[in-house]
Design a protein around this ligand. Structure first.
Ligand code: SF4
Ligand code: SF4
Length: 383
């Protein structure tokens, strides 16, 4: 926006985020994990956003890009506000109305618009990971009990394509009715929302809702917690229920459609992904799966479940570099896992795999510790 928000627009901003409801208790900032390494003070943003003359300047402060959208501030707010969304609203002012955007953010948004993914990859190669696999693709209009939504990162990034490949193997072994979407699958737009492009987000929600509702799906199963959270909370017109794959696998183990047949003699510590745990309350299923692996010892972080430390992979942070040179939260997490004597840092999210892989290398812990997504761990252990 080149000029100040008109009063009416400011009132909309205040209403949208319920800014008058804030009692300035500071619990949001007190719980915000990035305050240890950046200048972000979310309470102050909530307060200052009440002043029309400050909105433009607030939107330009670099620390609005330090937020990882972990949601801790919303979980802790006694008044039920979502301070994180105030920051997303400010990003929207900067990106859309002021047109000021970092090149990496611009490229990611342009790629979602043109190719349906933020990784600047051609739309037509989205299903290349399926080559050589016995995968069932569901056609629009078809009845399918479990409609699988892969995620852009899993579809294109060679480090995490194994998640989708292993899920195919598990679904085939369990003999469940499933279907993948294939090339017409497009970005869930979680990161578009968090990068502040509200119009493109609305467009993607509309297009994806139309596509997903064409299927007679019993439920939509996502691999990434980011797709899971976005569909569940920001797609009001989706007809099918949305679950995360850990919920499906836990169900298949409980019904004995999947059974562990091999040992995995490792010490595992599970890192709760923010978009699965804090944001949607899925804490138990990943632990239920890991707890049944024969030969494995499962230990817990001191900061776990609602108090889990963010890996800084969400909130558009894959495309925005933080100015802070202090230890990254993912590095703190890797250090904590190392101190527990864990050999496997288990996660249930492709972004966590990428951030924690880097963190383990940065901390020189590769000899004793590795990151493994739950699908990576169990892929070869079940019959
Ligand atoms: S926790 Fe909620 S009420 Fe307290 S300062 Fe933050 S936004 Fe305001
Ligand atoms: S979402 Fe997380 S990182 Fe962002 S302001 Fe809230 S607590 Fe801080």
């Amino acid at each position: 926006m080149n000029t100040e928000l008109m009063n009416e627009e400011l009132q909309d901003f205040i209403r949208k985020y319920d800014l008058y409801g804030c009692i300035q208790c500071g619990r949001c900032t007190g719980g915000c994990p990035v305050t240890v390494r950046t200048n972000l003070n979310v309470r102050r943003f909530v307060y200052n956003s009440l002043d029309q003359s400050m909105l433009d300047d607030l939107a330009k402060l670099p620390e609005i890009w330090d937020c990882t959208a972990c949601n801790t501030c919303a979980v802790r707010c006694p008044k039920g506000l979502k301070p994180v969304e105030v920051l997303m609203g400010l990003r929207n002012i900067l990106v859309v109305e002021q047109g000021t955007v970092q090149p990496t953010v611009r490229d990611a948004l342009e790629s979602v618009f043109l190719e349906g993914n933020p990784w600047s990859k051609p739309r037509k190669t989205r299903s290349d990971w399926m080559e050589g696999l016995d995968v069932r693709i569901a056609e629009p209009g078809e009845k399918v009990e479990n409609l699988i939504f892969v995620c852009c990162t899993v579809a294109y990034d060679p480090r995490v394509q194994i998640l989708a490949k292993n899920l195919v193997g598990l679904l085939n072994k369990a003999g469940v009715d499933y279907g993948f979407i294939g090339e017409s699958e497009a970005c869930c737009a979680s990161e578009v929302h968090h990068l502040g492009e509200a119009d493109l987000f609305a467009e993607m929600v509309e297009g994806n809702t139309e596509l997903l509702n064409e299927y007679d799906a019993g439920r939509i199963v996502t691999i990434s917690p980011h797709c899971f959270s976005t569909f569940k909370n920001q797609y009001p017109a989706l007809k099918a229920r949305v679950i995360h794959y850990t919920q499906l696998i836990a169900e298949l183990l409980a019904s004995k459609k999947l059974n562990f047949s091999k040992e995995f003699p490792e010490k595992i510590v599970f890192h709760d992904p923010c978009f699965l745990g804090k944001q949607n309350g899925v804490f138990n299923e990943p632990r239920t799966i890991l707890g049944q692996i024969p030969g494995a010892e499962v230990v817990e972080f001191e900061r776990r479940r609602e108090r889990s430390l963010c890996c800084e992979g969400g909130g558009g942070k894959m495309w925005v570099e933080s100015e802070s040179k202090k230890e990254r939260l993912a590095e703190t997490r890797a250090r904590d896992a190392g101190a527990l004597g864990a050999s496997i840092l288990a996660v249930a999210c492709p972004f966590c795999v990428l951030t924690l892989d880097d963190a383990i290398k940065a901390k020189g812990l590769e000899e004793q510790l590795r990151v493994a997504e739950i699908l990576e761990i169990i892929g070869g252990l079940v019959e």
